[in-house]
Write a protein that binds this ligand. Structure first.
Ligand SMILES: [Zn+2]
Length: 308
């Protein structure tokens, strides 16, 4: 193929991909999957990350695992529009792309501070503040050249950390605007301090499970009547005891979605072991739960109330 033609085709493909992503999330309320994978680096899946779009603006970013920074760019989201970054927990597949996103923010015209939420500390894990200091502290942070994010100096906007008690089983308010509110609750992900997040936009409810083993009865209450439940699906039904201590089995996912009377369940955070058994897992989930079930792919957009 001659080079000009090749370039023209490449540009057309890029434009059509960008248009598809922008169009599919141009709804009053939508969740875009930035990363539908886990920590393995599967083909076609970035690690965990999600964007909440409201009226065509990306407002809330949940998790920033490896690869999500590139997906964030592909989504067309604007750093200036973000109201909140929220980490479910501080595993690498949920948190590594934060410095990349912050550096990109230098090139935006954002002026207002940026709230950022994450869990309290646990054995072997820092709290949100410790994570941020490890990255950004002026004397010792790995990316100390971005230390201005801690105090709003150097032309950078100030991060406003909100550390959420991961041991708490009752919902805690994380962020609230006239248009929507975000709450969090602690969930069990083995020994890792971990949170689930819930966004209520008027009567519409969206829940992000984070990584959890499905044992928490309070998570069913937290997810009650959700229009969308984005649930991590990292293990098959025959998972060994270590994996099952960290992640919910398909039968547990189905039970949660059924008991919480969720409208639409989206399976994400897929790993090779869960992809291999996906047909079996979907069968098990559908045997328990009668609502809509989808399997996420990167850059997918899901609209509450649109179960197609
Ligand atoms: Zn994970």
């Amino acid at each position: 193929m001659c080079k000009p033609l090749q370039i023209a085709i490449t540009v057309l493909l890029m434009l059509s991909n960008a248009a598809a992503a922008a169009t599919s999330c141009n709804a009053p309320i939508a969740v875009q999957v930035l990363g539908s994978g886990g920590p393995e680096g599967q083909n076609g899946r970035a690690s965990a990350g999600y964007l909440l779009w409201l009226d065509g603006q990306a407002r809330v970013l949940i998790d920033l695992g490896g690869g999500t920074f590139a997906r964030y760019g592909a989504s067309g989201a604007d750093f200036s529009d973000l109201d909140l970054i929220a980490f479910t927990h501080l595993h690498a597949d949920h948190a590594t792309d934060l410095p990349a996103l912050l550096k990109s923010g230098y090139f935006s015209d954002r002026e207002r501070p940026l709230p950022i939420a994450g869990p309290t500390a646990g054995a072997g894990y820092p709290d949100l503040g410790g994570y941020l200091r490890g990255l950004l502290a002026p004397e010792s942070g790995s990316f100390r050249y971005l230390a201005g994010y801690l105090d709003g100096s150097d032309g950078l906007v100030k991060l406003e950390p909100r550390t959420i008690d991961a041991g708490r089983h009752a919902p805690l308010s994380v962020h609230e605007t006239p248009a929507y509110r975000v709450d969090a609750v602690g969930v069990t992900h083995g020994p890792v301090p971990a949170l689930a997040f819930r966004v209520d936009v008027g009567e519409t409810r969206i829940v992000f499970s984070g990584d959890q083993n499905g044992d928490d009865a309070h998570f069913v209450d937290f997810s009650r009547n959700a229009d969308l439940l984005i649930m991590d699906h990292a293990v098959p039904e025959d998972a060994g005891p270590v994996a099952a201590r960290l992640h919910a089995l398909p039968s547990e996912i189905g039970r949660i979605a059924r008991d919480a009377e969720v409208d639409h369940l989206v399976l994400s955070h897929l790993m090779r072991r869960s992809e291999r058994a996906l047909d079996d897992s979907l069968e098990r989930i559908r045997a328990i739960y009668a609502g809509t079930v989808s399997t996420a792919a990167d850059l997918d957009c899901f609209q509450p109330g649109n179960d197609g």
